[in-house]
Design a protein. Structure first.
Length: 257
């Protein structure tokens, strides 16, 4: 067994990220959503153009779904169902007029997006700690993906102070599987690391959270998917946590038989 590549790609702490990166992303989010306002309204109007469409697509479906969650043995069930059904059926004209007003320029859609911008700013910071913004800084997730793709020269250029690289990476998975697996792993990496960071702040055991996601990742480190030049028993990808540095990371090891 010989290790041909080992990379540890670390999480960025908020103070290590470019200043205002989350605000810039949130501003783009706000601008894009508002720019799509008319398109969203047009799509809603296309799907539900009139009262008849409202009844068939919203009222009838909502009534049926509501009936499925009611307890048939509860003595107020029939009254509750009747009340809901009447209100939903009568709501057609109000729904249609509300769409018009909500999606007017400066309407409730615009004000709602703006009102939620600060919440988006706060939440997106969790993701940016791991994904980065490729126009400003690379996060551990895209760097790990470059390692999996065997892009050693790219890694040398985007390597950060929180990263450690030894050797040169090779494509980790068979060509037929690589596009699908790298997309799947990018999602697993991001979700697992964000949940671990949030869990740490909530007092959860970080290693327990990471173990769940590492089990998913481990399913792909097998002879079925791994490049034939690599040893599935010695190669690995794991999400890890350094409690001393309080830093999460992605650890990639490629080894030959």
């Amino acid at each position: 067994m010989a290790t041909v590549f080992e990379g540890i790609f670390g999480e960025w702490k908020p103070e290590e990220l470019p200043e205002g990166i989350n605000t810039d992303v949130a501003t783009d989010w706000e601008d894009i959503l508002k720019a799509k306002r008319d398109k969203i309204k047009a799509r809603l109007s296309e799907v539900i153009p009139d009262e008849a469409a409202y009844q068939s697509r919203i009222a009838e479906v909502a009534t049926e779904e509501f009936s499925n969650v009611l307890n048939p043995n509860y003595y107020k069930t029939e009254r509750a169902f009747r009340k809901f059904k009447i209100k939903v059926k009568k709501g057609g004209s109000a729904w249609l007029s509300n769409v018009e007003s909500a999606f007017a320029e400066g309407g409730r859609f615009d004000t709602g997006v703006t009102a939620n911008k600060q919440k988006f700013i706060n939440n997106i910071l969790y993701t940016l700690r791991f994904t980065g913004d490729m126009n400003k800084v690379w996060g551990c997730v895209p760097k790990a993906i470059k390692a999996i793709e065997g892009k050693g020269k790219v890694l040398e250029k985007i390597k950060g102070t929180v990263d450690s690289i030894t050797g040169s990476p090779v494509p980790m998975f068979k060509v037929t599987h690589l596009p699908r697996i790298k997309a799947l792993l990018a999602n697993v990496f991001t979700e697992g690391l964000v949940m671990a960071r949030m869990g740490k702040e909530a007092g959860e055991v970080v290693d327990d959270i990471l173990a769940e996601y590492n089990a998913i990742i481990a399913d792909y480190i097998s002879a079925t998917f791994l490049d034939e030049s690599l040893d599935p028993t010695a190669s690995s990808i794991t999400l890890e946590y350094d409690s001393v540095a309080d830093r999460l990371s992605i650890h990639v090891v490629e080894a030959t038989p």
